[in-house]
Design a protein around this ligand. Structure first.
Ligand code: ADP
Ligand code: MG
Length: 655
């Protein structure tokens, strides 16, 4: 004999237990036998004699406690878990006692399973599975679930699955045990056919009549071989299918087949989606946790940002981002008018200053037709509505060009418009007089007193700075200046810098600067607290959602332990199992995240409709979604790893 036997066992022993004070049970007690390619062997023995244990050993699902198992001349003990998975996939096909089909998958998908792990392309895989099922007379049952099939049909599905990757060696554990005599006979006929085609068949049975149909019968009792008709069958063998190329096993670390990473992911996602759908109520509850988490983060942040902006707008109206600078009357130059436009140009160059708005003011009588009203005239810059967050109610504001050209234009305060033109429908375009100076009304301001509480702020006439200075008050220097800063939190430094500059230019402190720094500090604190609170909410909902995912994944792994065993027996490596359960966890959180985003936006829209100030930010939405995804990855990992580390034999034995 040149080639080594396909399977060679030498002194194989298997012990269970032994820990925690219980004596170890020796189930296999020194089994030695050789099986050659193409043999049809029956292993027969009473129940409890160790047959299934032996089969698990032969199929590389379990490792012996003692002894040497050589497969095609290679010592199996040297192979790691993934290499054993490769060997199972390439060499063995299992037909289990209880069929062991995956309940959520159709007959065809169950048959395809080993090819999935072998990396066969989906189309090719489906074709082969259909061909196998057709050959076994299952044409009309391909898309049925296992619970829609009879025992005989399920057994045929499991035989088709065993043949999917070639099934060089079929390990059949009591394949007729649960079948009526007709179905049993059909299955036996099938095994004979396969044996004739060169498959090595190892049939395990307690029934001597069944065993007698094989070409070689090995009898075991109490974990030992008591008889073996080896020599009778030796002549029958000789043209069996060759074993897989064992040189590949050492090299294998990816797939042997042609499937890409994405095909694998797609396959895992498909299976995951199926499981989610089958357990849709439970999945829905888990989703709900994530949906609420994501939606609340989105809405909370939108409310927070909306509120913050409202606060900022109000602060703008109160002038908390503004400084006021005016002359004090002890200047050696012009009493009360020491600050010049040249000073202001220098101030405008300082960092953190966004606008410098000179103002010239005084009380004047304004005339419209035959009505006179005493009002506060303020000459200012074109940027005033923006800087003071004081929008117009009608018309427009005067422009910088108006200011340069000393245009005779004016904007009425809300109260002035009411008092001066009570029965004029549209004040825009009307001509008013200050003394002999005619001014055309171009706009009316909105009511500022509504926000600040001071109604006299609306009894005002706004003119371009130069028009007011030169044509009304006869002066070039501003009465006071409004200075707006970019960054409210740095207003103190900016004020100091401005004072230093002015002192340098004037040589004495003939000016006064005011701001509302205290209030600004309070505002900053409020917004910080708000941010902190919202982050806390986000963190809590994240953890709650994550615990939900972990809980459901742990349940899933426990419920589907046997499925994991089946997958491992059909060639899934640890990383395949890990990927499958990670995919499920991620799919749950992705779906939850998506629904959460939609729900958050819908809720926000509803709130907007109720006039709640909301600002949605793409960053908050993206962040919430990313958090959901990360939650799935983090909290799904532990259960998925637990699943991938299961021992195939123990997993298969679980209920
Ligand atoms: P058979 O398939 O021939 O009926 P098994 O191989 O299933 O027998 O089991 C043989 C013996 O080994 C039985 O007595 C059984 O109780 C014992 N056994 C099997 N698996 C385990 C295990 N994981 N732990 C302890 N004892 C076991
Ligand atoms: Mg058994």
């Amino acid at each position: 004999m040149s080639a080594p036997p396909l399977i060679s066992l030498q002194g194989i022993r298997k012990r269970y237990g032994g820990g925690h004070g219980t004596p170890p049970v020796e189930v296999l007690r020194g089994i030695s036998l050789d099986i050659h390619a193409g043999e049809f062997v029956a292993i027969v023995g009473a129940s409890g004699s160790g047959k299934s244990t032996l089969m698990n050993m032969l199929g590389c699902l379990d490792r012996p406690s003692e002894g040497v198992y050589s497969f095609a001349g290679e010592d199996v003990a040297t192979l790691d878990a993934d290499q054993l998975a490769w060997l199972r996939r390439e060499a063995f096909g299992f037909v289990f006692q209880g069929y062991h089909l995956i309940a959520t998958e159709s007959a065809r998908e169950n048959v395809e399973l080993p090819a999935v792990y072998a990396g066969m392309a989906p189309a090719q895989r489906a074709e082969r599975a259909q061909a196998l099922l057709r050959r076994l007379g299952m044409d009309s049952r391909m898309e049925h679930r296992p619970n829609q099939l009879s025992g005989g049909q399920q057994q045929r599905v499991s035989i088709a699955r065993a043949l999917m990757n070639g099934g060089r060696i079929l390990l059949a554990d009591e394949p007729t045990g649960a079948l009526d005599s007709t179905s049993g006979a059909e299955v036996m006929a099938l095994l004979h056919e396969l044996a004739d085609a060169g498959h090595t068949i190892i049939l395990i049975t307690h029934d001597r009549n069944v065993a007698a149909q094989a070409r070689r019968v090995i009898e075991v009792r109490d974990g030992q071989v008591v008889s073996d008709s080896a020599h009778a069958s030796r002549t029958a063998s000789g043209h069996g299918l060759p074993p897989p190329d064992m040189r590949q096993v050492v090299r294998q670390n990816g797939h042997g087949g042609g499937a890409s990473f994405w095909t694998d992911i797609r396959e895992a996602a498909r299976a995951a989606w199926r499981v989610m759908w089958v357990n849709r109520f439970r999945t829905g509850l888990t989703l709900l946790g994530i949906v609420i988490g994501v939606a609340s983060v989105i809405v909370m942040l939108a409310i927070g940002m909306g509120a913050r902006q409202k606060v900022v707008a109000q602060l703008g109206a109160f002038g908390f981002n503004l400084m006021y600078m005016s002359s004090i009357g002890n200047s050696s130059r012009l009493p009360g008018r020491s600050i010049t436009l040249a000073d202001l140009e220098a101030v405008a160059e300082l960092p953190n200053i966004s606008h410098v708005l000179p103002n010239v003011t005084g009380n004047q009588v304004v005339r419209f037709r035959n009505r006179d009203v005493q009002t506060y005239v303020r000459g200012s810059g074109a940027a005033l509505p923006r800087i003071q967050t004081w929008p117009l109610a009608r018309g427009g504001f005067f422009t910088e060009q108006d200011d340069r050209e000393l245009a005779n234009v004016a904007v009425l305060g809300h109260k002035l418009a009411q008092e001066l033109m009570p029965d004029v429908a549209d004040p825009i375009g009307q001509i008013i007089l200050i003394g002999n100076l005619p001014l055309q009304v171009v706009g009316v301001m909105s009511e500022k007193g509504a926000l600040t509480g001071d109604r006299d702020e609306d009894n005002v006439l706004l003119l371009p700075f130069s028009t007011a200075g030169l044509k009304v008050f006869g002066q070039r220097e501003p009465t006071y200046t409004v200075i707006a800063v970019d960054d409210v939190s740095r207003v103190a430094q900016t004020q100091a810098a401005m004072e230093a500059l002015m002192l340098e230019r004037h040589g004495l402190r003939d000016f006064d600067v005011g701001n509302a720094a205290a209030s600004i500090a309070a505002e900053a604190k409020t917004s910080d607290t708000m941010t902190l609170m919202l982050s806390l909410i986000a963190a809590v909902s994240l953890v709650v959602g994550g615990i939900g995912v972990m809980n459901v994944m742990l349940m899933t792994v426990r419920e589907r332990t046997r499925e994991i065993g089946i997958r491992m027996a059909t060639g899934a490596r640890q990383r395949d199992i890990l990927r499958q359960f990670m995919t499920e966890a991620v799919l749950v959180s992705l779906t939850g995240g998506l629904i959460g985003v939609v729900a958050g936006l819908a809720l926000g829209a509803a709130l907007l409709w109720w006039d709640v100030a909301l600002i949605f930010s793409l960053r908050a939405i993206g962040g919430a979604f990313a958090c959901a995804l990360i939650t799935g990855l983090v909290f799904g990992y532990m259960p998925a790893r637990t699943a991938s580390r299961l021992d195939p034999v123990q997993a298969l034995a679980s209920e």
